[in-house]
Design a protein around this ligand. Sequence first.
Ligand code: IDP
Ligand code: MG
Length: 150
Amino acid sequence: MERTFVMIKPDGVQRGLVGTIIARLEARGLKLVAARFEVLTEKRFTEQYREHLEKPFFLSLKQFIMGGPVFLMVLEGRDVVPLVRKMVGATNPQEAAPGTIRGDFGIDTGRNVIHASDSAESAQREIAIHFTAKELCSYTRVDESVIYEY
Ligand code: IDP
Ligand code: MG
């Protein structure tokens, strides 16, 4: 089983989409392993988005992401990293397919509702930015035997 990092951004929180988004992820069969609701510190924001440090949108991204509370999650499942990226949809919601979270709930790239790790390496890095090993809960979902074929 793999793990991935997901963050419902301040626009998703403000718009009351936290429950709807978690419901989609849970209904897919993904297991919640950790979660926290908070305003990101500057340190953790910068670590999270370090690849975009030189981008023209970095400052506005920072103001936006640190401008309100976010809902952080770690999810577990088979091939969960690519699976959640597919559920999230394209970065620009205009290009995100209907049925994806961004395709159903977003319009602008700078207000695209949700973040999800883009590779197993990013997932490992991002989980470690926001959660300690102790905060990650290992347990078996009672429906795992009917969600997975083997
Ligand atoms: P991703 O979230 O789909 O992985 P990235 O290219 O890694 O997309 O960009 C990270 C985040 O930075 C995006 O989700 C979006 O919030 C923001 N962002 C990316 N490109 C732009 C842009 O051109 N204008 C404004 N914000 C952007
Ligand atoms: Mg990215």
